[in-house]
Design a binder for this molecule. Sequence first.
Ligand SMILES: [Zn+2]
Length: 177
Amino acid sequence: MNLPQLPREPIRPELENPTDKEIWVPKWRCFCCRDTGLVGLNLVRLAIPNYDQCRDKPVACQNPRCYAGSDYRGDPNYDQRFTVGICTELDKRSREDWQRTAESHFKTIQNRVVDASRGVNLRKRDGREANRLRHRTSDEEIVANKRHELACSADPEKLEEADLSLDECEEKAYDEF
Ligand SMILES: [Zn+2]
């Protein structure tokens, strides 16, 4: 029999999308078990370094403020060795970790916003520069056309009589624009 190939079904879908993850802040009340009632693997390993999730009992959360943990407390199928003190400490450490993660994500986002606005300013500046150059180019074209026009139409003798060099004529022509 061929088994169906199912996609993953994440416990926390909001954590799967990296964009959401950046601004996502945990909503669970117990940071020891994330409101599952069972202590998170990474936290379990802080107290049981060689914990094997396939062979060892899941660890019941003993955080006194955790309602989810009460489903597993006293049940011999679950590891009951974590004390209130251990779970309270794990809850505290996990909260601090999340605090740091949230702060670092916030800083990353802040930096991206600053970088993005710098980029916009640079583009604006480049745009203004390009406009200025375009303007100058069109001015230069006008002058060049006027030069050509003058050179073609001007009577050199008359210009000499008026004591005007061709360059001066061109300057006048440019000033008119
Ligand atoms: Zn808990």
